[in-house]
Design a binder for this molecule. Structure first.
Ligand code: CTP
Length: 395
C-alpha cells in the first residue's frame, strides 16, 4: 500500500525506540522507501546500526558535520510523510512550539509533508498539563496523533503513555495516502464481547478479547476505508472512529443508526444472546443468598442490519465449539454475504489468542478452510476477499 512512498521515520529518546526498528521494517515491507532520523538520546535506546540494517540507509543523527549542507531541509523535502515514533514529552514540546534545536525538530519545521506523531512516556508525564498543552497544539496544527495506549511502561510501571503498536502507526501512515482498494468506502466493524449487567458491578460476559475485530478495523483503515469501530474493548490507536459500547442493546443502537451509510459491516463482536431481564439497581448482597436471574433475549445486531432495505455488504462471524457444519446447519451463512466460522475450542484459535483458524462459508454453503494464521493475517486476507466481492471490485 505504500509502494514507492518516501517515508521519514524520526526516533526520539524513549524506551519505545526499540519498537521503531520494527515499525521501520513494517514500513519497508509495505513497500515504502524509508529514511530515518535519531536524536542523540534515541541512540541510547536503539543502535543506529539496527535502523541502518533494516532500512538499508544509516540514520541521520547530527545536524552538523554531515556531508549534506542542510540535512533538515534535504530530508524534509524528500519526505512524502514524516513519522515521529516514539515522540517523547520533550520532542512533543519542541514540535508544539516550533523549536528546532536538533535535527528531528528542525526537520519537522522544514517539511511540508504530513506528520504522524506517536507519543510515548510515563503516565505522569503524559498527564502533565504541559504535555497536554503540547499535544493539543500538535493536534490543532493538523498533525495526526496516534496513541498513546495503556499497558506496561518502562521500569515495570503500568498505565497510559505506552507507544501505539507499530501496526497502528503503520495504518495511520497508510491512511494518509488513501489510495487503498477500500478508498472511498465506509466500513463498520463490531468488536469485543458484550457485558450484560446483573447489578451495578456484575455482568454476564464472554471471553472475546476484541483482537480479531481490532485487526479487521486496522486492516480496513490501511486499505483507505473510513472505519467506524463499535466496540466493548479498548480500540487500537489509528485513523478509526471509535464508538464505545457495553451491552448488546447499546451495540444495536450504535450499529443500526450507522449501518445505512456503510458499504461493508463486519460483525466480529461476540454478542450476548440473553441478558438479565431485571438488573438490580443496587449491588446484590451475599447475605441475601444466591439470586434468581431471569434472562431475556437481546437484540440481534446482525439480523437488524440484514433486514435493512439498503444494507451494506455483510460479514458475519460464527463462533463454534464444534464443526463448521453446525454453523451451516443453523443457516448462519444465509443471513450474510460472507460468514467467517472460527473454532473457539482450539487452544490456538478463537477468544484471546493471537492466531485464528477460520473457515469461510459462502451464502450457497460452500466452504473454504484457511490455514491457521495470525489475526492480522486473517484480517488482511478477509479484506482482499471482501474487496473482490464488492460492486466495482475485481472478482
Ligand atoms: N450477533 C449479533 N447480535 C447478537 C448475536 C450475534 O450481531 N445478539 C452476530 C455476531 O457478531 C456474529 C453472528 O451474529 O457475527 C453470529 O454470532 P454467533 O454467536 O456465532 O451466532 P448465534 O446466531 O448467536 O448462534 P448460536 O449462539 O446458536 O451459535
Amino acid at each position: 500500500m505504500l509502494t514507492g512512498r518516501r517515508i521519514l521515520l524520526a526516533v526520539s529518546g524513549g524506551v519505545a525506540a526499540y519498537k521503531a526498528a520494527y515499525l521501520a521494517r513494517r514500513l519497508v515491507e509495505a513497500g515504502a522507501e524509508v529514511r530515518t532520523i535519531m536524536t542523540e538520546s534515541a541512540t541510547r535506546f536503539l543502535g543506529p546500526q539496527t535502523l541502518a540494517a533494516v532500512t538499508g540507509v544509516p540514520p541521520e543523527i547530527e545536524m552538523f558535520d554531515r556531508p549534506s549542507v542542510s540535512p533538515h531541509t534535504t530530508l524534509g523535502q524528500w519526505a512524502e510523510a514524516m513519522v515521529v515514533a516514539p515522540a517523547t514529552a520533550a520532542t512533543l514540546a519542541r514540535i508544539a512550539h516550533g523549536l528546532s534545536e536538533d535535527l528531528l525538530s528542525a526537520t519537522v519545521l522544514a517539511t511540508r509533508a504530513p506528520l504522524v506523531v506517536a507519543p510515548a512516556m510515563h503516565t505522569e508525564m503524559w498527564e502533565h498539563p504541559a504535555t497536554q498543552r503540547s499535544i493539543a497544539i500538535v493536534r490543532g496544527d493538523g498533525h495526526v496523533v496516534v496513541g498513546p495506549g495503556s499497558g506496561a511502561l518502562a521500569g515495570g510501571d503500568e498505565g497510559r503513555g505506552r507507544m501505539a503498536e507499530p501496526e497502528e502507526i503503520l495504518a495511520a501512515v497508510e491512511a494518509l495516502f488513501e489510495d487503498g482498494p477500500l478508498a472511498g468506502r465506509t466500513v463498520l466493524v463490531t468488536a469485543g464481547g458484550t457485558r450484560e449487567p446483573i447489578d451495578p458491578v456484575r455482568y454476564i460476559g464472554n471471553r472475546s478479547s476484541g483482537k480479531m475485530g481490532n485487526a479487521i478495523a486496522l486492516a480496513a483503515a490501511r486499505r483507505g476505508a473510513r472505519v467506524v469501530l463499535v466496540t466493548t474493548v479498548e480500540a487500537p490507536a489509528g485513523p478509526i472512529e471509535v464508538v464505545p459500547v457495553e451491552t448488546a442493546e447499546q451495540m444495536a443502537e450504535a450499529v443500526w443508526s450507522r449501518a445505512p451509510g456503510c458499504d461493508v459491516a463486519v460483525f466480529a463482536a461476540a454478542v450476548a444472546d440473553f441478558r438479565p431481564e431485571a438488573p438490580s439497581g443496587g449491588k446484590l448482597k451475599r447475605a441475601d443468598g444466591p439470586p434468581e436471574i431471569g434472562l431475556e433475549p437481546t437484540p440481534d445486531v446482525l439480523r437488524g442490519v440484514a433486514a435493512m432495505d439498503d444494507r451494506p455488504f455483510l460479514v458475519g462471524f460464527a463462533a463454534e465449539t464444534g464443526d463448521v457444519a453446525e454453523a451451516i446447519a443453523k443457516g448462519k451463512h444465509e443471513r450474510v454475504d460472507l460468514l467467517v466460522a472460527n473454532d473457539v475450542a482450539r487452544a490456538d484459535s478463537g477468544f484471546g489468542t493471537d492466531t485464528n483458524a477460520v473457515t469461510l462459508v459462502a451464502p450457497d454453503g460452500s466452504t473454504e478452510p484457511w490455514p491457521l494464521a495470525t489475526k492480522d493475517e486473517v484480517a488482511e486476507r478477509l479484506w482482499d476477499r471482501v474487496a473482490s466481492l464488492l460492486p466495482g471490485g475485481e472478482s
